[in-house]
Design a protein around this ligand. Structure first.
Ligand SMILES: C[S@@+](CC[C@H](N)C(=O)[O-])C[C@H]1O[C@@H](n2cnc3c(N)ncnc32)[C@H](O)[C@@H]1O
Length: 307
């Protein structure tokens, strides 16, 4: 993400959804360059506070710089949003008014060749969001079985050519660089017209797997609900249908009273709904926003309010 807050995806919609106000406490669990966070700080002036998390030390350094004018009101931590409850306990914040998760990788990460997220630049096959992640994309590509790779590329990348690509990877390995991987993918899955680059989906799948992105969201959402005060809001921007599905199912499930827990959930107790969906259909960027920021094209924003 560059310096301008307006490059932050669905920027206005996020500020409108979270309705930051003075004295409020907010969490940005995916700080990135701090674009959305800056909006929250401006709207909650003069004394609203923010806890900002990111697992990426580079992102955090950038956010610290961009958010310098608000440093008295901001708490930054190099930590995963999966540790939200712990981070809030450290600050002795019982409840917060708003939580934002803007999932996936940032433009800064895509645009830093040596991070290995981009198939347009040659770099080591890394793709880790932060140093806490134990495996790199090279580890997966070189160690997974053909079957595991095909499943991963199909499931997380929704790639039709997943089997062909997995077979070609296994034949060509060891692979160490993005350029080597792109060449393998192109050899079995050539460009089709002006559609997506053939490596797009495989790179996306590897990134999701390396960083265990889907498991992280599942772990974080219940913590977020527990942390919200009544009337507080959670806003989640996802860029992938599986991510959006997790958020949608969670919000729907939490919007219902669980009266007679079904047999398969015998250990769950009856409970009242905890959330109210603010928008049943996800909000998406306007054509204008997509034109200015093509990365926004697959973004979906879901918002829910704590009952
Ligand atoms: C799309 S960017 C956020 C951009 C930000 N909203 C802005 O306006 O600049 C997503 C960020 O989330 C971070 N991230 C990914 N997984 C994370 C996790 N489990 N915990 C905390 N941050 C994470 C990435 O490192 C990246 O910086």
């Amino acid at each position: 993400m560059n310096d301008s807050p307006h490059q932050s995806v669905l920027y206005k919609e996020i500020i409108h959804a979270l309705q930051p106000h003075e004295g409020g406490r907010y969490v940005d669990g995916t700080l990135g360059a701090g674009g959305h966070a800056r909006g929250i700080m401006e709207a909650s002036a003069p004394d609203g506070q923010l806890l900002g998390l990111d697992v990426d030390p580079q992102a955090l350094a950038l956010a610290r710089k961009n958010l310098a004018p608000y440093e008295q009101r901001i708490h930054l931590a190099q930590a995963s949003y999966t540790s939200l409850s712990k981070q809030l306990a450290q600050l002795q914040w019982d409840v917060v008014e708003g939580i934002l998760l803007d999932l996936g990788a940032s433009s800064m990460q895509f645009d830093t060749p040596e991070r290995g997220f981009s198939f347009l630049q040659d770099a080591p096959l890394d793709m880790r969001f932060g140093p806490h992640v134990s495996q790199t994309a090279a580890d997966l590509v070189n160690e997974y079985s053909e079957r595991e790779l095909a499943d991963l590329i199909y499931q997380y990348g929704e790639e039709r050519d997943s089997r062909k690509i997995a077979r070609a990877i296994v034949r060509a390995r060891p692979l160490h660089t993005t350029r080597e991987l792109v060449a393998v993918i192109e050899s079995v899955s050539p460009r089709r017209g002006d559609r997506l680059h053939p490596a797009t989906r495989t790179f996306q799948a590897l990134r999701i797997a390396v960083n265990e992105e889907l498991a992280s969201i599942k772990e974080a959402l219940p913590q977020a609900v527990a942390a919200l005060r009544s009337g507080g809001r959670i806003a989640v921007i996802s860029f992938h249908s599986l991510e959006d599905r997790i958020v949608k199912d969670f919000f729907r499930e939490q919007s219902k009273d669980l009266v007679n827990p079904p047999y398969e959930r015998i250990y769950e107790e009856e409970r009242k709904a905890t959330l109210k969906e603010v928008n049943r259909k996800p909000m998406m960027p306007s054509d204008e926003e997509i034109k200015n920021n093509p990365r926004a094209r697959s973004a979906k924003l879901r918002i829910a309010e704590k009952i």
